[in-house]
Write a protein that binds this ligand. Structure first.
Ligand SMILES: Cc1cc2nc3c(=O)[nH]c(=O)nc-3n(C[C@H](O)[C@H](O)[C@H](O)COP(=O)(O)O)c2cc1C
Length: 205
């Protein structure tokens, strides 16, 4: 079983990558082969709206997207990660999504795969849930079955969202922490990895 994570952050190895890796680590513990792709390390151009993919499942742009598409087609599960930028995905993640149009226009080539989404943000209640919903809606368009995890125990959050907010200091100013300190968001991300493996196994029988 292969699970591929795709990071839409402009900053490789930072918060979003770490949250994705938490999901992958948990999936690996359950037996999956895992890989993390940093879009920022690849040459992926914008979709230019040539509409070639309306006639055949092909994109004429000669760049690294073709390798990413091959890996997506080989994977059983795909985890997408993005920072929350103005209550939406990063421009890099959006550009990637647009370039998947050849996987969608003739038929949904990713249909039946299992998806999962994670988001990092500066603040709670500042758009991250909408960003998560954008990623999950992308999966819906592609007929990828998205997992929504819930770690055991009392309700502590609403998805694999990790934030940098660390409360207010005595003067009322915001205190920041590394996104890695959001143990709730990371618990959700780990649960996502586990749940994806379980669902892939169930769908395989
Ligand atoms: C252009 C820009 C827009 C942002 N918009 C929001 C926002 O709307 N809400 C929020 O909570 N954080 C926002 N942030 C903070 C990022 O979501 C946060 O820094 C994120 O965790 C960075 O992920 P990374 O470490 O992978 O780069 C924004 C940051 C930038 C640079």
């Amino acid at each position: 079983m292969r699970i591929l994570a795709i990071n839409g952050s402009h900053r490789p190895g930072k918060g979003t990558a770490t949250l994705l890796q938490a999901a992958l680590d948990a999936a690996k513990e359950e037996g999956a082969d895992v890989e993390l792709i940093e879009l920022s390390q690849l040459n992926i151009g914008f979709c230019v709206g040539c509409n070639t993919c309306m006639g055949k499942p092909h994109c004429p742009i000669d760049d690294d997207m073709h390798e990413v598409v091959s890996k997506m087609l080989e994977a059983d599960g795909i985890v997408l990660g993005s920072p929350d930028y103005f209550s939406n995905v990063s421009s890099r993640m959006k550009a990637f999504m647009e370039r998947t149009r050849p996987l969608h226009m003739i038929e949904n080539a990713l249909k039946g795969k299992v998806g999962g989404a994670v988001v990092t943000a500066g603040l709670p209640d500042c758009g991250a849930e909408k960003t998560l919903a954008e990623l999950n809606h992308f999966f819906a368009i592609q007929e990828v079955t998205a997992v929504n995890p819930r770690p055991a125990g009392p309700v502590a959050g609403n998805g694999p969202i990790a934030t940098q907010f660390a409360g207010l200091d005595e003067t009322g100013r915001t205190r920041w922490r590394n996104v890695k300190a959001d143990s709730t968001g990371f618990a959700f991300a780990r649960q996502l990895g586990k749940d994806m493996v379980k669902l892939i196994e169930r769908l395989a029988v």
